[in-house]
Design a protein around this ligand. Structure first.
Ligand SMILES: Cc1cc2nc3c(=O)[nH]c(=O)nc-3n(C[C@H](O)[C@H](O)[C@H](O)COP(=O)(O)OP(=O)(O)OC[C@H]3O[C@@H](n4cnc5c(N)ncnc54)[C@H](O)[C@@H]3O)c2cc1C
Length: 338
C-alpha cells in the first residue's frame, strides 16, 4: 500500500538533524506502487527525489516536492555454490542489517562496511566504502525503475561505473529513477582485508581474523572515531578526498613533508586526505555559528544545535575557502544537497 504523508517534518529523517519539511513523502513497498507514484508525479509535474535514511543529505530549505522512500525490507539468498552466494536485498533494508545477515551466514565481502548508516538502495549511489572495501566490489546487479517510463532495468555491476564515492546514479541516471533492489555476490572462502593499521591491531586484539572479529573491530573503531548522529547531528565525511595532479601534491609536500597521499586510478594523479587538509588549515574543532568542524575527525561537520541547511552550507563554504587559500586545493562536498 502506498502511504502519503503531507507536510512531513524531516528533522528525524536526516542525520544532520536539520529542521525542514517536505511538501509530501510517498512510501511504497511493491514496484507496482512505485510505478503509480511516478505516473502521478508525471501528471502533476511535481519535483521528486529518492530518500533513504537521510544520512548523506543536507536540505538547503524546505523540500517543495515529493520525497520517495522504499519500505520493503526483504533479504533473500538467491543461490549458493562451493565458492559464492548471491543475495538480493530490497532498497529499504538497513545497510548494517544486511552486513549482519551476511556475517552470520559466513558470507565474505561486506564486513569492512559494518555500521555505515543508510539503506541498501543508497549504497550503490555513492558506492559506499570504508577500511579498504567498497560496495561496488560485491554488487552483481542493481534494479532501477525509470521515473519516465515506469520500466525496471537491471544494471550489471560493470554498467554502474563504480568509482571512488561515485557511480552512474550520480551522473546519467541522477534523478532518473529509483533503485528498488540490489544483488550481491559474496564469497564463502575467508578473505580478510586488514590493510588499515588500526583495524589489523584491533582484530589481533580480538583473536583470529574471522568475520565476526572483523565486524566487531570495525564497529568498535567507528564508534570511537565518529560522532553518533543520534547524539550529534552529522552526515559522516562531508567532503570527498580530492584527487590532484602529482605536481600539485609535490608542491604541497615541500612545505608539509608529512602530508598523507594515496594512489589514485588516473595516472599522474594522487588522492589527498581532505580531513588532513582541513585539520592542517587550522580548522579542527572550529565553529561557524551553529555548525562546527568535529574535534576528533576534521572531515565531519557537526550540528552544534538548531542548525539550518543554509548554516551547514555556509560553514562548508568557509572550510573550502580556507583549504583553497592554504593549499591551493579545492575540496568538494560528498553529501547531496537537496
Ligand atoms: C556517521 C556517518 C558515517 C558515515 N560513514 C560512511 C562511510 O564510512 N562510508 C561511506 O561511503 N559513507 C558514509 N556515510 C554516508 C552515508 O552513510 C551513505 O552515503 C549512505 O549510503 C546513505 O544512505 P541513506 O539511505 O541514508 O541515503 P540518503 O542520505 O537518504 O540518500 C543519499 C543519496 O542517495 C539517493 N538515494 C537514496 N536511496 C535511493 C534509491 N533507492 N534509489 C536511488 N537513489 C537513492 C538520494 O536521493 C541521495 O541522493 C556516513 C554517514 C554518517 C552519518
Amino acid at each position: 500500500m502506498i502511504r502519503y504523508y503531507d507536510h512531513t517534518d524531516l528533522t528525524r529523517r536526516n542525520s544532520f538533524g536539520i529542521r525542514a519539511t517536505a511538501h509530501r513523502l510517498a512510501e511504497f513497498t511493491a514496484e507496482e506502487e512505485l510505478r503509480e507514484i511516478f505516473a502521478e508525479l508525471r501528471r502533476s509535474g511535481s519535483s521528486w527525489r529518492a530518500l533513504g535514511g537521510g544520512n548523506n543529505i543536507i536540505f538547503r530549505d524546505d523540500f517543495p516536492g515529493t520525497l520517495i522512500r522504499c519500505a520493503a525490507r526483504g533479504i533473500e539468498l538467491l543461490s549458493q555454490d562451493e565458492t559464492c552466494a548471491r543475495v538480493r536485498a530490497d532498497a529499504g533494508v538497513e545497510w548494517d542489517d544486511l552486513v549482519d545477515w551476511c556475517c552470520r551466514r559466513g558470507l565474505w565481502g561486506v564486513e569492512n562496511l559494518s555500521l555505515i548508516p543508510g539503506t541498501v538502495g543508497a549504497a550503490p549511489v555513492q558506492n559506499i566504502g570504508a577500511y579498504g572495501a567498497e560496495a561496488g566490489e560485491v554488487i552483481e546487479s542493481v534494479r532501477f525503475l525509470s521515473a519516465d517510463t515506469g520500466e525496471a532495468a537491471v544494471l550489471r555491476g560493470e554498467e554502474c561505473r563504480f568509482g571512488y564515492r561515485d557511480s552512474i546514479f550520480k551522473h546519467e541516471l541522477a534523478g532518473a529513477g529509483f533503485i528498488t533492489s540490489v544483488v550481491f555476490r559474496l564469497a564463502l572462502a575467508p578473505r580478510p582485508r586488514l590493510r588499515y593499521g588500526a583495524m589489523q591491531q584491533e582484530v589481533e586484539r580480538l583473536g583470529e581474523a574471522t568475520l565476526h572479529n572483523i565486524r566487531r573491530a570495525v564497529v568498535s573503531i567507528r564508534r570511537a572515531k565518529l560522532p553518533d548522529p543520534a547524539v550529534t547531528g552529522n552526515a559522516g565525511s562531508f567532503f570527498k578526498n580530492p584527487v590532484v595532479p602529482l605536481s600539485a601534491a609535490e608542491r604541497i609536500a615541500e612545505r608539509y613533508p608529512d602530508m598523507p597521499r594515496y594512489a589514485a586510478p588516473e595516472p599522474g594523479t594522487v588522492k589527498l586526505a581532505a580531513g588532513w587538509l582541513i585539520d592542517r588549515a587550522g580548522l579542527r574543532g572550529a565553529s561557524f555559528g551553529r555548525v562546527g568542524v568535529h574535534s576528533r575527525q576534521a572531515l565531519v561537520l557537526v550540528n552544534l544545535g538548531g542548525a539550518t541547511g543554509r548554516d551547514v552550507l555556509e560553514c562548508a563554504e568557509q572550510v573550502r575557502t580556507r583549504v583553497r587559500e592554504t593549499f591551493g586545493v579545492d575540496i568538494e562536498p560528498e553529501v547531496n544537497i537537496f
